[in-house]
Design a protein around this ligand. Structure first.
Ligand code: N01
Length: 508
């Protein structure tokens, strides 16, 4: 076979499998289309598009990043209804993008990835997809995981979860069949989801009990409906909308200075947040309960105008005594008090640090990716892991943010992955695999920066894994990540051509 022939085969027969239809999966499909690559299928375990914006339908679900930034750069939407858009509107936006850019037809719904196994001889991934209870194997040259870290609910490690006779559900699996009006409701947790749920529950529950383990830093939210005039101006003058988007972006970027350069700068934010709490919470006992004892930013800083008034309402109890167990009738705290309840909402977050464990990705040496990461927690740009050729992660390790839009990070990743795929196809390669030495140096650099970040300032957060290692956050400005991923340097990778004899050695 000549080199030209093998290149031709590589181009014509290059099936790509993408997992998930959240912001990252859809962006990946769009980027491939725009690069003229049509040979991809997106598998989605649910029946609709949207990822986290499909799953989180709890009352009050909305974005805490400004709408005009929390959207694709290539698809501006002039008529967002609010400065911080609600969940349904974001999901609609994603559906619109998938339709407009011709990606919807590539999606197979109700299809869950169970495992993917790489074969070094052929350079192919055998991907098992479960649909309607039946598993089917598909061959792919590349696998792209866009399933995200915030997709699998984390149930709390509390005794008696199954004993409760009332209604109980996780914030990301809201049971809309249960009418909570006039009921005795508990919310466990006071993170990003809880602070949106609590004000809604306070309005309808007869009694709301909030079980708080750690208070969050809360800042005011500049949330308001968009005026018709503003929407019309953005429609007629898209440059103005771009300017507005850029203004939100650069303002958010400023906060990264405190997160990753010098956490002492967070004192300025703490000053504002303390003032805000003082204004909003008049009762000194409640205010003390709601005052965090860790550096702002160490856990996600939250934005809300409704949270503090709700926590101070007459029908709300803020309970800081630890939970002993869940009983048939409610929650018993460590002081022996049993709080009788009709419903319990578990706003207890997601399985963020071992989210890859559910996907059985088996690489070159027959090992599962999660196993490999547990033994050697290394990756390259949060996108690839040595030993897993032609497999790419979106929103992978060390790409999470506390200060700016994830959509920006996703677009950077998608651009990088597209370059990888183009290189493999155009150069007639069988696969590329990041060099061990490159990955090691990258991880060491990232981890060193993380040591100085606010996430290392001493709190427990979902950014840290069970060994206290930060495998979640990006320790820099987002424009630095953009620079990191702007151009693919193929020399970072071992390159194996379709004709094995011409392999570039793996050593480096
Ligand atoms: O989850 P969390 P989340 N007993 O992990 C508590 C994104 N998001 O769903 O802090 C008692 O932040 C836990 O207490 P503690 C965003 O990136 C975005 O709220 O561990 N309490 C904490 O209070 C966010 O960071 C938006 O002491 C228990 C809470 O449960 C991420 O999703 C909106 C407990 C969990 O908070 C996760 O947010 C919503 C136990 N056993 C979410 N176990 C946007 O607007 C846990 N807790 C974009």
């Amino acid at each position: 076979m000549t080199a030209t022939q093998s290149r031709h085969i590589a181009r014509a027969d290059f099936p790509i499998i993408i997992i998930g239809t959240g912001f990252s999966g859809i962006a990946m499909g769009i980027a491939l289309k725009q690069a003229g690559i049509d040979s991809f299928t997106i598998y989605e375990k649910a029946d609709d598009i949207g990822g986290t914006w499909r799953d989180n339908t709890y009352p009050g679900a909305a974005c805490d990043v400004g709408s005009y930034l929390y959207s694709y750069s290539f698809e501006p939407k002039p008529d967002w209804t609010r400065t911080f858009s609600p969940q349904q509107e974001i999901q609609q936006y994603l559906k619109h993008c998938a339709d407009k850019y011709g990606v919807t037809g590539h999606i197979q719904f109700g299809s869950e990835l169970t495992d993917a196994v790489f074969d070094e001889a052929s350079g192919e991934w055998t991907v098992s997809i479960k649909k309607n209870g039946r598993k089917k194997k598909h061959q792919a040259r590349s696998v792209i995981l866009g399933n995200g870290a915030l997709s699998t609910p984390q149930l709390p490690d509390i005794t008696g979860l199954k004993d409760f006779k009332g209604h109980m559900f996780h914030s990301a699996r809201w049971n809309h069949d249960v009418d909570l009006a006039g009921k005795r409701v508990a919310v466990i947790g006071t993170g990003a989801s809880a602070i949106q749920i609590i004000p809604q529950m306070q309005k309808i529950a007869s009694r709301l009990k909030v079980f708080q383990r750690t208070p969050a830093w809360i800042m005011p939210k500049a949330d308001r409906p968009m005026r018709a005039l503003e929407q019309a101006v953005f429609k007629r003058a898209p440059q103005l909308q771009t300017l507005y988007r850029d203004a939100i972006y650069w303002r958010n970027e400023m906060y990264a200075t405190g997160f990753v350069v010098d956490p002492r700068l967070m004192k300025a934010g703490e000053f504002v947040a303390n003032l805000y709490r003082k204004q909003q919470v008049k009762d000194p006992i409640l205010r003390a309960k709601l005052t965090p004892a860790y550096t702002m930013g160490c856990k996600r800083t939250l934005l809300s105008n409704e949270y503090y008034p709700a926590m101070g309402a007459a029908n709300v109890d803020v309970i800081t005594t630890g939970i002993d167990r869940i009983t048939e009738r409610g929650i018993r705290t460590k002081d022996g008090v049993e709080h009788e309840l009709d419903a319990i909402v578990l706003a207890t977050g997601f399985m963020t640090t071992d989210y890859l464990s559910k996907l059985n990705l088996v690489g070159r040496d027959g090992r599962n990716q999660n196993e490999v990461l547990a033994e050697k927690p290394e990756h390259y740009k949060g996108i690839t892991v040595r030993g897993f050729p032609n497999a790419f992660l979106l929103m992978g390790p060390n790409t999470g943010l506390g200060h700016n839009s994830m959509v920006f990070m996703i677009e950077a990743q998608v651009r990088y992955v597209t370059q990888c795929i183009e290189a493999i196809r155009n150069r007639g390669l069988k696969f590329i695999d990041v060099r061990a030495s490159v990955q090691e140096a990258y991880t060491a650099r990232i981890q060193e920066k993380l040591q100085k970040s606010v996430w290392a300032s001493g709190c427990q957060s979902w950014y840290l894994d069970k060994n206290g290692r930060n495998m979640a956050a990006w320790p820099g400005y987002t424009w630095q990540y953009w620079l990191e991923t702007r151009r693919l340097s193929l020399s970072d990778f071992e390159q194996v051509p379709l004709k094995v004899s011409a392999a570039v050695p793996a050593t480096a």
